[in-house]
Design a protein around this ligand. Structure first.
Ligand SMILES: *[C@@H]1O[C@H](CO)[C@@H](O)[C@H](O)[C@H]1NC(C)=O
Length: 215
C-alpha cells in the first residue's frame, strides 16, 4: 500500500535525534519487557469462546510486539499472533498519517509487519481495562510517555479473534487521542483565538473555536 511509507515516517519521528535528546529518561519502564507468550493458552471453552486467560494473554502479546526494542523479535511475535489478511482501522492513525478518514490504516499482515518492524517501539503501555466477548477483546490503554512527553495518550482498541481456538487476531479497530499523540511528536495544536474549546461551543461557533494543528 503506497500510503505506508507516510506512516513509517510519522512513527520514525518518535526517534529522531532532536526528539530523542529532549526525552527525559524513563528507566523504570524501559528495562523490562515481558517475554512474548505465544501461542496463547489453549482454548478450553466448549463453545470455542475466548477465555479471560486467553484475552489477557493476547493483549500482553500484542503490546509486547509494539514495545519490543528488538524489531526482529517484534516481527516474529506479530507473525505468530496476527492472522493472514490482518487489517487495522483507525481514523486516529489516518488523521496523523494523512490518510483519508474512513479508510483502512493497514491492509494485510505482511504490509503491517514490514512497516512495524522498521518503526521504533512504543515506549510502554499501561493496560487500563480488558473486556471480552466470545470473539472480540476490548483493550483500553494508556501510553504514559511518548517522544516529547507532552501528554499521555489514551486509547480504546478492539481486537477481533474470529477463531478463538487459533488465538490469532484478524483485525484491530482503535481510536486514541490523536491530538495528544500529535503534540508528543511536535505538532502544535492551539485554538486560534487562544480560548479553550468547550463542548457546548461546538454548536454555537465552530469557526471561533476550531483547533488548528500543524508543525
Ligand atoms: C533479537 O531478536 C532475534 C529474534 O528473536 C534474536 O535472534 C536476536 O538475538 C535478538 N537480538 C538481540 C540483540 O537481542
Amino acid at each position: 500500500m503506497k500510503l505506508l511509507p507516510t506512516l513509517t515516517t510519522l512513527l520514525l519521528a518518535l526517534t529522531s535525534t532532536a526528539i530523542a535528546s529532549a526525552l527525559p529518561p524513563h528507566s523504570d519502564e524501559t528495562n523490562s519487557y515481558p517475554s512474548p507468550k505465544y501461542p496463547s493458552p489453549p482454548n478450553k471453552d466448549h463453545h470455542n469462546c475466548l477465555t479471560t486467560e486467553q484475552a489477557t494473554s493476547i493483549v500482553a502479546t500484542f503490546s509486547s510486539f509494539l514495545t519490543n526494542p528488538n524489531r526482529t523479535a517484534t516481527a516474529e511475535i506479530a507473525q505468530a499472533l496476527l492472522a493472514e489478511g490482518y487489517v487495522e482501522e483507525s481514523d486516529s492513525i489516518n488523521y496523523l498519517a494523512g490518510y483519508p478518514l474512513g479508510s483502512q490504516s493497514f491492509t494485510g499482515k505482511e504490509a503491517y509487519i514490514s512497516d512495524l518492524s522498521t518503526a521504533p517501539p512504543i515506549p510502554s503501555f499501561e493496560t487500563l481495562e480488558i473486556l471480552h466477548t466470545c470473539n472480540q477483546i476490548i483493550w483500553r490503554w494508556n501510553i504514559p510517555h511518548l517522544a516529547l512527553d507532552k501528554y499521555p495518550v489514551k486509547g480504546i482498541q478492539v481486537l477481533y479473534v474470529n477463531d478463538p481456538k487459533s488465538g490469532q487476531v484478524n483485525k484491530a479497530v482503535l481510536e486514541f487521542s490523536s491530538i495528544a499523540w500529535g503534540g508528543d511528536i511536535g505538532w502544535v495544536c492551539t485554538p486560534p483565538t487562544g480560548k479553550q474549546p468547550v463542548m457546548a461551543s461546538w454548536v454555537v461557533d465552530l469557526g471561533e473555536y476550531r483547533c488548528w494543528c500543524g508543525r
